[in-house]
Design a protein. Sequence first.
Length: 245
Amino acid sequence: MLSQEAGGTRNLTSRIVHDLGRAIVTEQFSAAAPFPVEAELCRRYDASRSIVREAVKMLTAKGLLKARQRAGTEVLPESSWNLLDPDVLGWMLQREFSIDLLIDFTEIRMSIEPRAAALAAESAKGAQRQAILHAIDRMFAAERGADDALEADIAFHTAVLEASNNRFMRQFTDLAEATLRFSIRRTNAYKGVARASATDHRQVADAIVQGDARAAAKLMHALIQGALDLLMTAGGHRTRPPLFD
């Protein structure tokens, strides 16, 4: 009984966090419609003060809110948000489409994933290599209609990050997954294809399995550079020259 009550409390807290988080990021609060006071939130969600306070504390930790003594709770500007929080990024992707947001995130991927591929080539364990190869098998299966192309593509990129065995890069997996669910469909549409090329991804996987760090980094860079070029062109920006020849 206690565990069920605890689970219900966690679920309600999570629902409040996501509901208010989306509302903040989509600019539903303003000077004319300020963030609700605690008593109003308790009534709105039929929740106790402790649950509401926990939800507000979580949103504060994400950089969305700031409590001011005797002045209520203030909604903070985007410059204060924790953009590396998967929830915050997910909420941002749910508001009006911004290709510049995808460009910014893809540039972060450019600085992380090629190096992750190189590290995976140098240090991936057997099970981690198998996870990468399994994701590739799924991508080829998706080309035959036997698997989900988006899920397979995401599985590949997150498997490479995990196989880097770098604790900071592995922390990037949730953030990458949140954005890839949105960006992959966009870049494929701009490219005029239904799914990413399994063959191109297989080349990265082969380099990792063969322990060729330089090739793995270069090939992963080319994959992400291609996506970035598509986004830059679609956004009316000049494409940037690649770092690798």
